[in-house]
Design a protein around this ligand. Structure first.
Ligand code: 5AD
Ligand code: SF4
Length: 444
């Protein structure tokens, strides 16, 4: 009998992911694609044979940050001349070959729609810079997602790109036009994830609730219908989705929040501003009042839903009155948590050349808004104390015998549970609220 040759040591891939959850998902898919080439992931950059920076371009300084991170790789590359360095994601899309011109230590530059060709690029069988929007669908060319057991909560991209063209936003340029994956592909990937131990899936898209894909019946389906189909998968306990646009909250999707227990009572619905003047200047195509009425309808369907949002302060032309309107909208809605950003002008976007609000004024407004949002977050967490929620355990906690997981409302919850396993979905009574998490006890 011949002895198998001992397997050669796997090459190591280090990935640094910046930005949104879609980048987290893309990094996983790139890791899987390189896995098929014999690369395994490492957490230690120093032992890497390949370093991949998966970048974000949403706010400014992204490119500067990338170049300084690349600068810091110089000693490693000097020590290991065979080290491959790749730049992926939205800065790669926006800067393209300029990255290699400025930083010759970079071997390849790959955009978000072309990373299925990463293995070919590594083998030298494809150009070193690929940032086009190809006709082919990268998902058709990526390896099937299987083999390993997965963490209990996973992401699944169902939609990419955006046709909304908000005046401040680079996404329509870096991620391209809206594309929805067809239902059968999505269901196949979801079933596969569940077969590997996943109990919660977060559906991802830059404009996820605008998803409209081809159904197995050849007809076009809307997002609510897709959620209903995914909810039928045996063993899948929880569904979430992000990020949404208010104008795409169809009746059927709102109804899904009422009808489908697996659809978690949590919704991230960016509004950006509470001033109609600014909303118009941002090209958001809805008013503050329309947003508020929409929230009423969503809460009618699912009264306990936890709402979150994104805000931009200091958008060009924003006055004190506009800012006051934003604060009022926040007071009226009552958010569970929210993200707020100071406006940053992005080259190539319609708002880029507009006169900016003075920095100190924008800073003060941001502080005021964040203080209000923090108070609301505290209040939402406090309101959980004494309630029973479900928690999906994702990892052991800081203390021995402790587990941590997410509640239905996406709060992190720490629980004493020495017998529990990662992946258990348990009922927990909330005892206490800490600044950014909750503490609870198992309900036997
Ligand atoms: N400046 C500041 N914030 C921005 N966002 C998007 N573009 C910009 C920009 N140019 C914020 C929006 C969006 C979130 C993902 O990032 O609030 O919803
Ligand atoms: Fe950007 Fe979202 Fe507006 Fe699209 S809807 S342009 S992704 S902020």
């Amino acid at each position: 009998m011949t002895q198998d040759a001992s397997p050669t040591a796997a090459k190591k891939l280090f990935i640094k992911t910046y930005g949104c959850q879609m980048n987290v998902y893309d990094s996983q898919r790139m890791a899987e694609a390189m896995g098929a080439e014999g690369y395994e992931l490492t957490e230690d950059q120093a032992e890497a044979d390949m370093v991949l920076l998966n970048t974000c371009h949403i706010r400014e300084k992204a490119a500067e940050k990338l170049y300084s991170d690349l600068g810091r790789l110089k000693p490693l590359k000097a020590e290991k001349p065979d080290l491959k360095i790749g730049v992926a994601g939205c800065v790669a899309q926006a800067e393209g070959a300029e990255i290699i011109r400025r930083m010759p230590l970079v071997d390849l530059v790959v955009g978000p729609q072309t990373y299925h060709r990463l293995p070919a690029m590594m083998r030298g069988e494809a150009p070193a810079v690929l940032t086009d929007f190809p006709e082919e669908d990268k998902f058709d060319h990526l390896p099937e997602r299987r083999a390993t057991r997965r963490a209990p909560a996973a992401f699944l991209t169902v939609q990419e790109g955006c046709d909304k063209f908000c005046a401040f936003c680079v996404v329509p340029y870096t991620r391209g036009a809206e594309v929805s994956r067809p239902v059968d592909r999505i269901l196949r990937e979801a079933r596969d994830l569940v077969a590997r131990g996943v109990r919660e899936i977060t559906l991802l898209g830059q404009n996820v609730n605008g998803w409209h894909g081809q159904g197995p019946d050849g007809r076009e389906w809307g997002f609510g219908r897709l959620i209903r189909a995914i909810a039928e998968i045996d063993g899948l306990d929880r569904i979430r989705y992000t990020t949404s646009h208010p104008n795409d909250m169809a009746d059927d999707l709102i109804a899904a929040h009422r009808d489908i227990p697996a659809l978690m009572p949590y919704l991230h619905l960016p509004v950006q501003s509470g001033s109609d003047r600014i909303l118009k200047a941002m090209n958001r195509k809805h008013t503050a009042e329309q947003y508020l009425r929409l929230i009423d309808r969503i809460r009618e369907a699912r009264p306990d839903i936890l709402l979150t949002s994104d805000f931009i302060v200091g958008f060009p032309g924003e006055t004190d009155q506009d800012h006051a309107d934003t604060l009022r909208l926040v007071e009226q809605v009552g958010f569970g948590t929210a993200f707020s950003f100071k406006y940053s002008p992005r080259p190539g976007t319609p708002a880029y050349d507009r006169a900016e609000v003075e920095g100190a004024i924008a800073d003060a407004r941001l502080q005021e808004l964040q203080a209000l949002l923090t108070r609301q977050q505290r209040a939402a967490q406090e309101s959980m104390v004494g309630r029973t929620v479900s928690v999906l355990f994702e990892k052991p906690g800081r203390e021995t015998g402790q587990m941590v997981g997410k509640s239905d409302y996406l709060h992190s919850v720490f629980v004493e549970a020495p017998q529990a396993q990662v992946g258990d979905l348990v009922q927990v009574r909330i005892l206490e609220s800490a600044p950014n998490s909750l503490r609870g006890a198992l309900l036997d």
